[in-house]
Design a protein around this ligand. Sequence first.
Ligand code: ATR
Length: 272
Amino acid sequence: MDQYVVFGNPITQSKSPFIHTLFARQTAQDMVYHAEQPDRDGFTVAADRFFAQGGRGCNITAPFKEEAFQYAQQLTERARLAGAVNTLKKLDDGVILGDNTDGEGLVQDLLQHQVPLKGKRILLVGAGGAARGVILPLLAQQPAEVVVANRTEAKAQQLAALFSSYGTIASQAIDELDGLTFDIIINSTSAGLSGQLPSLPHSLISSQVTCYDMVYSTQTTTFNQWAKDLGAHRTLDGLGMLVGQAAESFMLWRGLRPSAKQVQRELRLQLQ
Ligand code: ATR
């Protein structure tokens, strides 16, 4: 039976074994997927052991995504630009391929929720690893513009420069966003994890705008609650992105696209 694993520390909270087990059942794949928690300095040893024992592929979550990027012997373009790897696959010739499916997971979730991206103006709030991981797939959808805004402005400028040859992308100081309009606002900051909000002007929120928080929780996230209270057209959280990135990894490993919708429904029920 083909072996897959997710590496993270901590890992007990991971939904990946649940998601991939459902995907495997759905598509009748002979595979098992489990979770493993290497020590903080133990990723390489754990990955070496896993592949030496015949493992076919793995997911990587915090804090090992940059190490997995170094570990990969070959990278997809989206992983190279993300600077981080969330999926490894042992190719038929033994080479370990590194990919990053987070951004495509976000894009697929937006599209599945009938949020078109082509020709739209997208505000990406935050300029950390989570933001960097989604920019290339967003630009590939040919939005009118992606604008990156971050508390530390220099980091937003650096990201916009890094991706400038891949589409229309700019950075904007957070305190100069007042009066600008966007169709979609994506929160990639970790502010909500401590109950905080990035300090965005209220004028960004209208009955036309869709807000997407890349994190998810049992309740409405802090950012989405803020957007709802101000009358946003729609708010979505990152549960769909989680399932979407898993579906992309599964696709890379097995060559089959599982249905994300059903799994998302089951996961949402499990959260309640
Ligand atoms: P991740 O990999 O989750 O993106 P990260 O690389 O540490 O984590 O980036 C965290 C992001 O959240 C950054 O954009 C950070 O802003 P700074 O670059 O200014 O630090 C943003 N962030 C975290 N807490 C925030 C807060 N309270 N308000 C606004 N932005 C915040």
